[in-house]
Every structure is written in structure tokens, then in C-alpha cells.
Design a protein around this ligand. Sequence first.
Ligand code: AMP
Length: 195
Amino acid sequence: MILIMLGPPGAGKGTQATRLTERRGLVQLSTGDMLRAAVREGSDISRQAKAIMDRGELVPNDIVVSIIAARIDEPDCAGGFILDGFPRNVPQAEALDAMLARKRRALDVVILLEVDEEKLLERIETRAKETGGARADDNAETLRRRIEVYRKETAPLLPFYEKQGKLRRLDGMQDIDAVTAAIDEVLDAIESGER
Ligand code: AMP
């Protein structure tokens, strides 16, 4: 099973992806986590990436595409994976389709967590408090920028995946367990072959 978790910042993509790894034995591939790890390790890409991430903008496509291409070649991804935070624009989605086609694999489904964007700021503020400000990009100004970037760059993925017949829209405003149950239902239907 190869799936994408899609939705604006704070929609709960990471939370739900983590739950899926526990329940379904899928690997979670979060480009945000990978980039933050690279920043901590002080690798070459980190110098460019950190400033961009702190502003809430997108790191260049070639960087994230090569990170994902290398990662999905690793043996633990053979059984399937969840993309969390990737792709974030149409060129990244096209690059993903091409890399999967080369491996004779295909995307199963794209799960969109729809949320009330007014509520996102509240969620991010809560996260900033809970994590003690662990993420430099969890603040109101950066969040506004991240939502703008989502609308402009990432939202075009909705018609892109709708055309492929792969988009499933779920209500991300329900409580966490209800969202997990809705995702389970979608994945169970796919696994049993009834699309
Ligand atoms: P996230 O943890 O998914 O919210 O990502 C945090 C930040 O990492 C984003 O605001 C971007 O600056 C960067 N980032 C994560 N994934 C991508 C991606 N697929 N393309 C470009 N930048 C990304």
C-alpha cells in the first residue's frame, strides 16, 4: 500500500500517519522530519533548508525529490509507505509518479484531511505550547505563510489526484480517533479490492 496524506499544515497528517504505522505496519516518510533531522546533523542541505523552513516556504524540489527517491529504495519500504508532507506541489507529484513507474509500483490512494483553516492557528498554537516551541516554524506568522503556500502550491494537487481517481476527502475536524476510523475504512475498502 502506497498512500499520501494531504492537507494544510496542522490538519493532523503526521498524527494519523504515525497511527497508521502502528496499525498497519507501513513506514511513515515525512519530508519535514527528514529535513529537520538533516538540519540537526548540520549536513550540507541544512544551511539552505533551515532558513527556508523557518520562513514557512518550500525547500527546492530537487532536494526533497532526491531525499524521497533514495528513501523509498530502502528495504523497509518494500511493503508500502505513507507519504506525509510530500508531494507539496505538482512538479513533486509528477516526479513521484515517474519514480514509482520506474519501480513498477503505483500510488494507491491520496487521503485529504479537510479542515477549517480558521481553526488551524489554534491547533498550531496548542502544538507550540505542547512541544515547548520545539519547531521554529510553529508560530503565527510562519503559519500564515505556510497556509498561503499550501493554497497556492499544494492545493493544485487536489484536481491532479482527482483526475487520477485517487483522491478521498475526509473530515479532519472530527476527533483524532474518528479520523483514524475513517482512514481505516478507506484503506480496508482498497485492500479488499472494492474501489
Ligand atoms: P512539515 O513538517 O511537513 O510541516 O514541513 C516543515 C517544512 O519543511 C515545510 O514548511 C517546508 O519548508 C519543508 N518541507 C517539508 N516537506 C516539503 C516538501 N515536500 N517540499 C518542500 N518543502 C518541504
